[in-house]
Ligand binder design. Sequence first.
Ligand code: KG4
Ligand code: ZN
Length: 358
Amino acid sequence: MPNVTNIANPAATGLGPVMGIESSCDETAVAVLDAGGRVMAENVLSQLDDHAKFGGVVPEIAARAHLAALPDLVRLTLSQAGIGVQDLRAVAASTGPGLIGGVIVGACFGKGFAIAAGKEFVAVNHLEAHALTARLPGLMAGPVEFPYLALLISGGHCQCVAVEAVGRYRKLGGTIDDSVGEAFDKVGKLLGLGWPGGPAIEKIAREGNAAAFALPRPLRGRAGCDFSWSGLKTAVAQLVAKYPAGALPRPLVADIAASFQQAVVEVMEDRVDHALAMYPRAKLLVVGGGVAANLAIRDGLERVVAQHGARFVAPPVRLCTDNAVMVAWAALERLAIGVYDGLEAAPRPRWPLEELRF
Ligand code: KG4
Ligand code: ZN
């Protein structure tokens, strides 16, 4: 005899909404998606102001800020979604990779919430969440089928991955030193543009001459699709050191920023050109991570992808940067195939995508 109350409760049918929590770096985010992946509510709190005065993310400050923000953010997001805790099917959190303090906060908060509410917990790999964002319903016209390529370019990551299926990822190449976001941030500091450097460099580069300075294009033309950014950053440091100490004149800053960005664009184009040749089955490239907000990089990638007869997906910036929509969506993908880590999952500062293979 079915329990009528339970049937009326969407969570009891297994088709209830999923709440995602993101806290692996300096964004605290919560989102609720319905069973079909439609966004019911989402919020992102950036901690930029907390960290800017230190010139970068301070892990301990980030972890404490996540802990302080999460309870109210969860309450707000559930009420915006118009549901109560009892309506949820599952709670998901990024349990790695990321800054360990923040990852512990998100994982423990999510697990505690799930246990108290009697819901399932889904441990989400943050990189998998970025890689699966392209499949979020409504993002692209038509379904996004496997396989495809994902280029993850952020402050913490720089890698190109073949996405063969949920849980099946093959890294085609990655950085051998800094992430590309780090390069933008370090060059931003050298140019006196503050932190984070990426948006400031992109902005001032529009005033500059991209051919003003001949900067290196690390690994361009080299086999494979690894990346290396520290030499480019050092070249900018050496260039800046040639000028008298103190603030550089704005036109000079603009020329250096434009020349640096142009070098990044050309390297990105070359590396992705190689990745598409290494994995011709991919008919689509999706970008993720904060650096994917950069329009010059997007334009460059779009050109290369078109030459391979493939499609290019650049999600809106709020879905490229860290957010909880992608966490809830990755959890839905995992729940759909019934393969996921639950309460037993430990927070992990490192968690390569290849380790997800089952
Ligand atoms: O994905 P994200 O918000 O955070 C993590 O790294 O997890 O990425 C932040 C990085 C920073 O290094 C920032 O400088 C860079 O993305 N970034 C940009 C732009 N916007 C953000 N880099 C280049 N151009 C931009 N418009
Ligand atoms: Zn991220």
